[in-house]
Write a protein that binds this ligand. Structure first.
Ligand code: XIL
Length: 382
């Protein structure tokens, strides 16, 4: 049996509303579909019997993004997390970790200087607690999905720093004791052979690289229990970009910064080779004393109108399995999250034209070979 860190799910006291204003819990509410929060749980016990979480080893968290916000706002379906009963039932039954896909990002949760839209994130955290799930907070220091009031605000450097500090402490503070892991810094390095701190990150550009350490310190002050992570894509294998993180992690640790983990998003694609050095890469961060995690796994492929072929689905299953096996092989890798479980709500076709079928269930929730690859792999180590 694999040694596993046990996590305490903080029940924490729901803090008082920190923001001066809060928006309603959900934006688009179709009149024919009442919220389903109260209705779906009867069948939870049934589905709970064979979900991924039921075969996961003790202390290992198998998670998914909870769909909503972002690209879903332009879709022709109602908010998945709020209104899709089947989706919610599977979410509760299969997983013991959830990540709000967009609901804790700056543009969603803090759209105006004095407006915090906590309702949707609150709903996910409450759902997680009702279903015995932990929550990964995502994300705080990122160049993307920032509202115009931040990117085009006429702030002095000192004011911008205060804006970031206030945002981090307000959001992290609101959920203090209820978040297992926070992606504090997301996608802060550029791609290519010579990674640099991203010029698009307004905070790093204006305030200097020291702002990264500050973001971790502020988050830690606001929630001393949460494990604080670096998170990025294209850092799965050994390479220039993951090495940039390795060097940064060493520096931050040497400075006593409360950095607890390094996470690989793992948005994989058949366009590129499988990152076969994933385990070694996670292991070198583990050797620094950091936790590691896979936070956003999906495996996209070019799709014909007739859908993925059997051969593509088999290859996808291998890639899901290999990624899970790499995490399971590293002692401090105890959190493994897929970026949604059904193709129905995937971000992939919206962002990668011609690609799709990236998730472990088809649009009708039928399980793909990749689903069974995950389940068999978890069952084999329990
Ligand atoms: C994506 C969401 O899935 C979409 O809904 C949204 O429109 C854009 O962002 N890396 C990340 C995630 O850290 O937050 C991104 O999520 C996918 C890439």
């Amino acid at each position: 049996m694999r040694l596993a860190t046990r996590w305490a799910v903080g029940v924490g006291v729901l803090s008082l509303l920190l923001g001066p204003a809060a928006l309603p819990a959900s934006a688009a509410q179709p009149s024919e579909a009442p919220p389903v929060h109260a209705q779906e749980d009867q069948s939870y016990g049934q589905a709970k019997k064979n979900g991924l979480r039921t075969v996961a080893p003790e202390g290992f968290y198998i998670g998914t993004a909870a769909a909503g916000g972002g690209h879903h706002l332009n879709a022709d379906y109602p908010d998945p997390f709020t209104y899709d009963r089947k989706y919610r039932r599977i979410l509760g039954a299969e997983f013991n970790s959830v990540t709000p896909e967009n609901h804790m990002k700056w543009d969603f949760i803090h759209p105006e200087p004095d407006v915090y839209n906590f309702g949707p994130a609150d709903a996910i955290v409450e759902f997680a607690e009702e279903h015995g799930q932990v929550v990964r907070g995502h994300t705080l220091l990122w160049h993307s999905q920032l509202p115009a009031w931040v990117t085009q605000g006429d702030f002095t450097d000192e004011e911008l720093r205060a804006v970031l500090k206030d945002h981090i402490q307000t959001v992290v503070g609101r959920y203090a004791g209820r978040i297992q892991q926070w992606d504090v810094a997301n996608e802060i390095f550029t791609d290519g052979p010579n990674p640099q701190l991203r010029p698009e990150n307004i905070f790093i550009q204006r305030l200097g690289p020291g702002i990264i350490a500050d973001a971790f310190r502020w988050a830690h002050e606001a929630d001393p229990q949460a494990k604080l992570f670096l998170n990025d894509y294209a850092v799965e294998g050994l390479g220039a970009k993951s090495t940039a993180y390795y060097e940064l992690a060493k520096q931050l640790l040497a400075q006593g910064v409360p950095l607890h983990g390094f996470a690989v998003q793992a948005h994989l694609s058949f366009e590129y080779p499988y990152p076969t050095t994933l385990r070694q890469n996670l292991q070198r961060f583990d050797d620094l004393g950091l936790e590691t995690a896979v936070t956003e796994l999906d495996v996209r492929m070019p799709v014909a109108a007739s859908g993925p072929t059997a051969q593509q689905l088999a290859q996808q299953a291998d890639w899901y399995r290999w990624t899970l096996e790499a995490c399971l092989a590293v002692e401090g890798c105890n959190s493994f999250t897929i970026w949604g479980f059904t193709d129905k709500y995937s971000w992939v076709p919206v962002f990668f034209s011609g690609f799709g079928a990236a998730n472990v269930m088809f649009e009708d929730y039928e399980r793909k070979p990749a689903y069974y690859a995950l389940r068999d792999t978890l069952a084999a180590v329990s």
